[in-house]
Write a protein that binds this ligand. Structure first.
Ligand code: PGA
Length: 241
């Protein structure tokens, strides 16, 4: 596992953007595995900047997002489809039909099959961007006795609902379920870039970097089974390890 520590999250996001852009330059029809959340916002800001500087071209690029809340329409302000459109897709020359964020308002079983097809059709994403929850979740794979290998509908942990309530007007509005890629789907990616900032992520990152255990109680520890993972953290987090 390759770990890179940056002074601050902004520099770290620039590095993640550079890594994603090099995959785009190497393979013009790459499948990018994308993530949402506060951590990723500046990654997309820098990717869009690269596009505006004519350094990258998204015309044949395909994307798949890790997850989506069940029941939120794509135009809901807190849906991950809207997050992606607002921060990335609407600002580059990607074809919307090549961007995939789970659609969770219709026939979900059909949707799960569609996601499997996208992942298996490409034998996993060419690069997977990942955040991590305070509890160690990756995508919405929450700590549990067992974890799903492939995409499924999952229950959100109480801590995750609380953490994500900052984006909703009340905690009751936070959806309790999500469609999420499974751990196996994530591990199929050819390359994984995980970003984590701030001391509240220290427990999860310590379990990932400081011992040799893999445990369903801290889902990010499954990344130890992958041979091309870059963990990008800031100094505030690294001081707590
Ligand atoms: P955050 O979420 O970037 O908003 O901290 C990360 C996650 O829950 O995976």
């Amino acid at each position: 596992m390759n770990t890179i520590i940056f002074k601050n999250s902004d520099e770290a996001c620039k590095k993640a953007s550079d890594m994603i852009c090099s995959v785009v330059k190497e393979k013009n029809d790459a499948l990018l595995g994308l993530a949402t959340g506060g951590t990723m916002e500046n990654v997309y800001k820098y990717i869009v900047e690269e596009y505006k500087n004519k350094k990258v071209d998204f015309k044949s690029i395909r994307t798949i997002n890790l997850d989506e809340y069940v029941g939120l329409n794509g135009d809901h302000p807190q849906s991950y489809r809207k997050y992606m459109d607002d921060r990335f897709f609407n600002h580059v020359n990607i074809l919307k039909e090549n961007t995939y964020v789970p659609v969770t308002t219709g026939d979900i079983n059909k949707e799960l099959l569609r996601i499997k097809d996208i992942i298996d059709g490409n034998k996993g994403a060419d690069v997977q961007l990942l955040g991590v929850g305070i509890n160690g979740h990756i995508a919405f794979n929450e700590p549990c006795d067992r974890l799903n290998a492939s995409v499924s509908v999952v229950d959100l942990d109480e801590g995750t609902i609380k953490a994500n309530s900052r984006y909703f007007s009340s905690i009751d509005e936070v959806p309790k379920k999500a469609v999420s890629l499974g751990i196996g789907d994530i591990l199929k990616a050819k390359k994984i870039i995980l970003l984590a900032f701030g001391c509240e992520k220290a427990n999860a990152i310590r379990e990932l970097l400081k011992n040799d255990f893999i445990t369903t109680k801290v889902p990010c520890t499954f990344l130890k089974a992958h041979n091309d993972v870059t963990v990008i953290i800031d100094e505030a987090l690294s001081k707590e390890l």
